[in-house]
Design a protein. Structure first.
Length: 361
């Protein structure tokens, strides 16, 4: 079994990254971020293209120097330390395997440049390949393996050197959907087995929620919110986070009053109650976040009124689009057997529990 290295924390203090573009001039890719990755945890940097997540990962790895701030690994300032001196393993998006080397040669490469003995290399490579489910594949070439198997080789090559930190740059983006689900489970299992501090970059929110201890959602070079998956979904701090993590209805409304532990909101002339969350003063405009599954729909004439725009039957669920307060809402019903079959064009009632409403500016 590959020996476990002592987990190392990662700390970013005021880290920024600027780049020069011939047409646009100076571009700020990462804006003065602070981040603590706990020893042994798997943290994901999540966000759309251009948000700064890969640039942040490259700075942690030492592939790109920051334009400001400090990077510490295990308390050691590595801001100006070369990548090969940072005690990290890196798994690339395109695998970056040497096509002329066997699988054994690819995995052994990092140990060879560290001048390990032949017997130590043989043992470590065999253990790494067994750990990723590729025992017996050592003599094959990369082009003889499937995409998923090549990704496993890249993973074995990263862990065989016993790094204190493991970094992933969108490692599953080249795989098909079914294989991505399988491989993300394998990555999580391996990370927990080795108890290795891991930073993982992806734009896939489901992937991030499935494997992470915590997720840093990035927007325009900043960390918009850092939390676990459930907190991000149920208590998003901003409209951007709400829209990026899962599906969300974002309604425009105004605070009418706050009384008896409830905030009364006016949404297109209809009143909805929300649990107060540092609610602004009456008259303040807010964005109301409601998840599609949190809205009940009924053909009875009670509660808030809406008009059905569309109804789509999908077997295990039914999706509605309704017009409410001059805005469109999506509703998901996960038990079609109990659905009343509200047809397009009909007026219906909807209900939303105050605890399922989140207010953001």
């Amino acid at each position: 079994m590959i020996e476990r290295a002592e987990p190392a924390g990662i700390r970013l203090e005021g880290v920024s990254a600027t780049m020069q573009d011939r047409n646009r001039g100076e571009i700020i890719a990462v804006r003065n971020i602070d981040l603590d990755v706990r020893p042994g945890e798997l943290m994901t940097l999540l966000g759309p293209s251009g948000c700064g997540k890969t640039t942040t990962l490259r700075m942690i790895a030492g592939f790109q120097p920051p334009s400001g701030g400090r990077i510490l690994i295990a308390g050691r300032d590595v801001t100006n330390v070369a990548a090969n001196q940072r005690d990290i393993g890196f798994v690339f998006q395109n695998y970056a395997l040497f096509p002329h080397l066997t699988i054994f040669g690819n995995v052994a490469y990092g140990l060879q440049v560290r001048n390990k003995s032949g017997s130590e290399i043989d043992r470590a490579v065999a253990e790494a390949l067994e750990l990723v489910g590729l025992a017996g594949f050592g003599e094959r070439l990369p082009n003889e393996l499937s995409g998923g198997q090549q990704q496993r080789v890249a993973l074995a090559r990263a862990i065989v050197i016993r790094p204190r930190v493991l970094l992933f740059d969108e490692p599953l983006s080249n795989l098909d959907a079914k294989l991505r689900v399988s491989m993300r489970g394998e990555i999580r299992r391996l990370q927990q087995t080795l108890e290795i501090t891991t930073v993982y970059v992806t734009h896939d929110q489901e992937e991030a929620m499935a494997i992470s201890d915590r997720i840093a959602v990035m927007e325009k070079g900043r960390i918009a919110q850092l939390d676990d998956a459930e907190a991000l979904y149920r208590r998003p701090a901003t409209a951007f986070v709400a829209g990026f993590i899962g599906r969300a209805n974002l309604l425009r409304g105004t605070v009418e009053s706050v009384r008896e532990g409830r905030a009364i909101l006016d949404v297109g002339g209809q009143k909805i109650a929300a649990a107060p969350q540092g609610v602004p003063a009456p008259g303040h405009a807010v964005t109301v976040v409601v998840r599609p599954e949190a809205i009940a729909i009924s053909s009875s004439d009670t509660g808030l009124t809406a008009v059905v725009q569309s109804r789509i039957y999908l077997g295990d669920k039914i999706e509605y689009e309704i017009s409410f307060g001059g805005q469109l809402l999506n509703i998901v019903r996960f038990n079609p057997a109990d659905d009343e079959g509200c047809l397009p064009g009909t007026t219906v009632s909807i209900a939303i529990a105050p605890a399922d409403i989140r207010l953001v500016d």
